[in-house]
Design a protein around this ligand. Structure first.
Ligand code: UDX
Length: 437
């Protein structure tokens, strides 16, 4: 099949590349000329495991190409994916200017039947707005489909190629048939392509992400409560998660959810509720609790090191909002660093992938180490913000040799409390007993 993908951000690039992998001919369109040039030269502009291999393979096979011309993309594709940004507006709602702007251009440029598929996360009712924007100028038939993505950063390729489900919101038989044909190779395992109306599809994405954010936030509150009453959240988590109605996944407490999706989507659903005179009380609480959870370790740091950190050095392990990505959007590390700098601390950080991004944001206000152990040199404390695999089993003798004080604040509960005690560390984590040496 012939596909065009408009927008080569994270979602667009993964979508285009994975659709090419199943034999489709894909043209990706972006307005950023230098990015398009880099991609034409075979460079993947984002870090995502396994993407580079299939990217190269499909370019070499002639199934994947890039252009800055919307017209070229539209002439090529029978199915046109919109994977455009929907940034958070000042009031928390999703800003649709990119999606509707391109929709209007599409109306001016198409001259034969196309299916326009919205992959961006958009508020309920957007498909109607997209349809109206295209219809202003279109001189041919077209259909608009809502097809939300459920890709996790770090696992996006796998999630796209082997999805648990595909949600398609569409009301025309012709468009539904084309979408089913397109996705057939991805659901050979028997996982469903769920067909519904456009509005329900749009809401499914927000509801799924908000539910997961709520699940994490609930566990964060249970963890905070565990600390008050002397319970251990790791035991509670396992006790709860083995009930299949609850499930083991997404029950890990920590220093709050971040990333490009959960924070934005929870706020947008909350705002959509307001617009429809519906007060989402639960989402209001999720937003508040997650905000305070990001700096939950800071009072512990102050109680151990004192509130004046002017002569203290703090090491940070992990800057990305989660492992296997260089994405730092809404990353808890940034909130913690801000508080540490305010208190006068000098901060040295290490992250396997995200240091360049943080350097562009924070400049020289913190230093960046070449290795996880170098970051610890002369440190009065270590704060763990991201659970990268390399941090899970460090050489504790080396850790002790480098640090001035043996203190760890672990925002991801990576280590065993008994082991930390026998290694002689003061060790603070989330929802578990503090070890104070
Ligand atoms: C998420 C959804 O999973 C995906 O379906 C959607 O399309 C986009 O948003 P992503 O943002 O890549 O994907 O990250 P995810 O792995 O879901 O983690 C989100 C956040 O929750 C991270 O900050 C992570 O650290 C946090 N988290 C996750 C927890 O704090 N505890 C958990 O148990 C799981």
């Amino acid at each position: 099949m012939k596909i065009a993908v408009i927008g080569t951000g994270y979602v667009g690039l993964v979508t285009g590349t994975c659709l090419a992998e199943t034999g489709n001919e894909v043209v990706c369109v972006d307005i950023d000329e230098s990015k398009v040039k880099r991609m034409q030269g075979g460079e993947v502009p984002i870090y995502e495991p396994h993407l580079d291999v299939i990217f190269e393979r499909n370019i070499n096979a002639g199934r994947l190409s890039f252009t800055t011309s919307l017209k070229e993309g539209l002439n090529h594709g029978d199915i046109i994916f919109l994977a455009l940004p929907t940034p958070e507006d000042e009031d928390g709602s999703a800003d649709l200017k990119y999606v509707l702007g391109v929709a209007e251009d599409i109306g001016k440029l198409i001259s034969e039947y196309k299916v326009i598929v919205d992959k961006s996360t958009v508020p309920v009712g957007t498909s109607d707005k997209v349809r109206e924007s295209i219809a202003k100028n279109a001189k041919c038939e077209f259909d608009v489909v809502s097809n939300p993505e459920f890709l996790r950063e770090g696992f996006a390729v796998d999630d796209f190629l082997k999805p648990e489900r595909i949600v398609v919101g569409a009301s025309s038989e012709r468009a539904i048939n084309l979408m089913q044909k397109l996705y057939k190779p991805f659901v050979r395992s028997g996982n469903p392509v769920i067909i519904m109306d456009e509005r329900s599809a749009e809401l499914t994405k927000y509801a799924a992400n908000s539910f997961l954010a709520t699940k994490i936030t609930f566990m964060n509150e249970i963890a905070n409560f565990c600390e008050k009453v002397g319970a251990d959240v790791d035991k509670v988590r396992i006790g709860m998660g083995t009930d299949s109605r609850i499930g083991k996944r997404f029950l890990f407490p920590g220093i709050g959810y971040g990333g490009s999706c959960f924070p934005k989507d929870v706020k947008a659903l909350h705002k959509s509720g307001k617009d429809a005179q519906y007060d989402f009380k639960i989402l209001e609480s999720v937003i508040q609790v997650n905000h305070s959870q990001k700096t939950i370790l800071v009072p512990k740091i102050f109680s151990h090191l004192g509130k004046d950190l002017r002569n203290k050095k703090v090491a940070i392990w992990g800057l990305a909002f989660k492992p296997e990505t260089d994405d730092i959007r809404e990353a808890p590390s940034l909130y913690i660093i801000e508080e540490l700098l305010k208190a006068g601390a000098s901060v040295a950080a290490f992250d396997p992938e995200a240091m360049d991004n943080v350097k562009s944001r924070l400049g020289d206000s913190i230093s960046f180490a070449k290795s996880m152990y170098e970051a610890l040199e002369g440190a009065n404390a270590l704060v763990i913000c991201t659970e990268w695999g390399v941090f899970r089993n460090p050489n504790f003798n080396k850790v002790k040799e480098h640090m001035d004080q043996k203190v760890i604040f672990d925002g991801r509960n990576l280590y065993d409390i008994t082991e930390m005690r026998s290694e002689g560390f003061s060790y603070y984590s989330i929802g578990r007993e503090d070890v104070i040496m």
